[in-house]
Design a protein around this ligand. Structure first.
Ligand SMILES: *Cc1c(COP(=O)(O)O)cnc(C)c1O
Length: 409
């Protein structure tokens, strides 16, 4: 890990203070034309000794705006400090976790995985329009049936059809022959340009699609394609637990990645991350965004610089090894849980690198599922699965209670 280090608390606070000092001082500022200010001190408690050791609260009070994308071009000078910290976050994720080459990536902290996924689709739609003069009905989105519904939102907003590929009921793997057949049919029906959302851990199963399967089939059919990896859930686990993972920027088939910091990283909501290779994000330049100094290449406009600081704090409080240990604790709990299920003869799905276990619903009485807050695959109609996620707060003692009740049910 070149950039992902662990910093002392003093260093973290000093860096954040430095960043906030370079954010415009609204008290004494000459920025008469900015529709921004710090939090309203008539309403919020914005001063006091408690702030000394609370860099995140101080950041919220300063209220920097990280509008725009800061990995290229110019940016608003008024919020330089929090943008610099955001750039460090993006660098750690792109270079250290997802193996991008130095300065060969762009990215920003989006409102969440939903925005980051839609950002990718928006980029590829515009790219196909620009490069091939493609019409909307010549393009199509492919993803598995286990894909997050944000992709359906993107399809609807962008007016590009979305086609879902079946997966095997037990392994949750893409059914290659079906994918091949579907692509053939789509081409026969006039589709020419493909965008793929490949899951790096689905929300319900923690299953991971092999993006090379999409790449092979689309290459065989000789159609242009772009692959986006949805790592909203798995982005902070899978590349760390599976050191042989090829789902990263060393894989030439992949162009962009979503990673949510507000799931596994326990950051405040509003911290999804979008990453892509260079020379892609310009496809969504909004030329009319003239009042913003620098380019606005993002779906969201104004966004919280404090959120960027929060993600920075988490990454550099743990450092790579601290995070590695935390993930391994969760995976140990997952192993323990799976062993118990094996002993009970309960069938389940689990990806060995992930902290989600999805139980076949036949083994879980509905009242137990409700009592323990395990989540059904669907709230309507036939539900086949319930999932348990080993998060920080889900300890073996909690799992044990569930196991004990499963035993007697
Ligand atoms: C949660 C999730 C999303 C959506 O993320 P939000 O941050 O809720 O917008 C997208 N994809 C996957 C796989 C997810 O788990």
């Amino acid at each position: 890990m070149k950039y992902w280090k662990k910093y002392s608390k003093e260093k973290l606070i000093a860096r954040i203070d430095e960043a906030l000092a370079s954010t415009i001082d609204f008290q004494n500022s000459k920025h008469l034309g900015y529709p921004v200010s710090k939090l309203d001190e008539n309403v919020f408690n914005t001063s006091g000794a408690f702030l000394k050791d609370s860099p995140l609260l101080k950041s919220f009070i300063s209220n920097p705006n990280n509008i725009g994308c800061h990995t290229l071009g110019k940016s608003e000078p008024a919020f330089k400090g929090s943008q610099e910290l955001e750039k460090e976050v993006i660098k750690v994720l792109a270079v250290d976790i997802f193996k991008a080459k130095e300065n060969e990536y762009d990215g920003y902290i989006a409102t969440g995985g939903t925005e980051a996924n839609i950002q990718a689709l928006w980029i590829y739609r515009n790219l196909y329009k620009k490069e091939f003069n493609a019409t909307l009905d010549e393009m199509v989105i492919l993803s598995s049936i286990d894909t997050h519904y944000s992709v359906n939102k993107g399809s609807n907003l962008l007016s590009v059809d979305n086609v879902q590929i079946p997966v095997d009921f037990n392994t949750r793997e893409l059914i290659t022959e079906e994918l091949d057949q579907i692509v053939s049919n789509l081409i026969a029906n006039g589709k020419k340009y493909f965008m793929v959302i490949s899951n790096m851990a689905t929300t319900m199963f923690g299953s991971v699609d092999n993006p090379d399967v999409y790449a092979e089939i689309l290459t065989k059919h000789k159609v242009p394609f772009k692959i986006h990896v949805d790592g909203a859930f798995g982005g902070f686990i899978y590349p760390i637990s599976n050191r042989k993972s090829t789902i990263n920027f060393e894989n030439p088939n992949l162009s962009s990645i979503t990673i949510d910091a507000h799931k596994m990283l326990q950051a405040p909501y509003g911290t999804g991350v979008f990453l892509c290779r260079k020379n892609l994000i310009e496809n969504v330049l909004t030329k009319e965004a003239q009042y913003v100094d620098g380019m606005d290449l993002t779906i969201v406009g104004s966004r919280s610089g404090a959120n960027a600081i929060a993600v920075w704090m988490i990454l550099f409080s743990y450092g790579y090894y601290g995070w590695f240990e935390k993930i391994n604790t969760l995976l140990l709990r997952t192993e323990w849980f799976c062993n118990q299920l094996d002993d009970l003869g309960i069938e389940y799905y689990r990806n060995e690198f992930m902290n989600i276990v999805t139980l076949k619903s036949a083994y879980v009485p509905e009242d137990l599922a409700k009592k323990f807050g395990v989540v059904p695959q669907t709230h309507e109609g036939d539900n086949h699965w319930y999932k348990v996620i080993m998060m920080d707060h889900v300890e073996i003692d909690d799992l044990l209670k569930f196991i004990n009740e499963l035993k007697v049910s």
